[in-house]
Design a protein. Structure first.
Length: 304
């Protein structure tokens, strides 16, 4: 502290000396050449310090300005980058949606026997994720109970309840569902029922198949048309495994569904089908002989 006070005193004396010399020089500049030289020698270090300090402050000012400019530019670039990223996500989402809708439009053109209405999946019950979905179409769009629901990939399920602008669809994965199915392979044409199974929620089963029935891995299953809900020929899935039931003469087939139910976003509802509904064949009536022992001729219109 004592050394600091000594330096301050020396500096004060030097400043006062410089001021006195400057005043004297101003009164007779050309008479005091020696004093002028002395002032220049003494003042030079002080000017150097003042100049350096001023330069330093100017540099600090410039650096601070540059930092603020860089900060603003960086902030603007971050905002622009975020906007571009969001725009890219929006474009990607729109392209994905267009691809899905284009596929549904092509399916509609390729299935002129169906009158279809497209709907978006707007909800799922977390407790029954593999059982039902909610769609944004209802009675106002001509939707009614028991209408089949499909995608270009295959069968989804059927409408179980409907309101003005929404409807609930029961998926074929639900254990309570039952779909008449048919092996598409010409050499087989085995018919059975496809239903969901709680132990394997994403893998429905074709059940009650005779052990010697001609069903193999890789067989494609389509709707049989029996039952009055699903038209014939809609793809259900592919056989990936065959299991013999214990203590019986039956087996069941495990299926890989044609529809990816985890990625279901849009569906089509079949309002009308011009596909003929198969009917069970009529059997010949059993006609007993009359009292005379003759077999009566069946009435016209009764099939033999």
């Amino acid at each position: 502290m004592r050394l600091f006070h000594r330096k301050m005193a020396i500096l004060l004396v030097a400043v006062l000396l410089v001021l006195w010399l400057a005043s004297s020089l101003a009164q007779g500049r050309y008479k005091f050449a020696f004093m002028e030289k002395t002032i220049t020698v003494v003042l030079a270090p002080v000017q150097s310090v003042v100049s350096n300090v001023g330069f330093t402050f100017r540099n600090i000012g410039l650096s601070t300005g540059e930092l603020m400019t860089a900060y603003r530019d960086n902030k603007a670039l971050r905002i622009e980058n975020e906007n571009l990223r969001q725009s890219n996500l929006n474009v990607t989402e729109i392209m994905a949606e267009n691809a899905r809708l284009r596929g549904m439009l092509e399916y509609k053109k390729g299935a002129p026997q169906f009158d279809l209405v497209t709907a978006a999946v707007v909800g799922r019950d977390p407790g029954s994720w593999t059982s039902t979905i909610i769609i944004n179409r209802g009675t106002a769009d001509g939707i009614a109970k028991d209408m089949p629901v499909v995608t270009p990939q295959g069968l989804v399920g059927s409408v179980v309840s409907v309101y003005a602008n929404v409807a609930k669809v029961n998926l074929i994965l639900d254990p309570r569902s039952a779909v008449g199915a048919l092996v598409q392979r010409p050499e087989s044409r085995v018919a059975a029922i496809v239903e969901g199974h709680s132990a394997t929620p994403l893998a429905p089963r074709m059940v009650n198949i005779a052990r010697d029935a001609d069903v193999i891995k890789g067989d494609k299953l389509i709707t049989s048309g029996f039952g009055g809900i699903y038209p014939k020929g809609i793809l259900i899935g592919e056989v990936v495994d065959l299991v013999n039931e214990e203590g019986g003469l039956l087996k069941y087939a495990v299926l890989n569904p044609a529809v990816d139910f985890d990625r279901l976003e849009e569906v089509s509802i079949i309002l009308r089908s011009r596909e003929p509904i198969p009917t069970l064949p009529l059997t010949n009536p059993i006609i007993s002989p009359d009292a005379s022992g003759k077999t009566p001729v069946p009435a016209q219109g009764v099939r033999q």
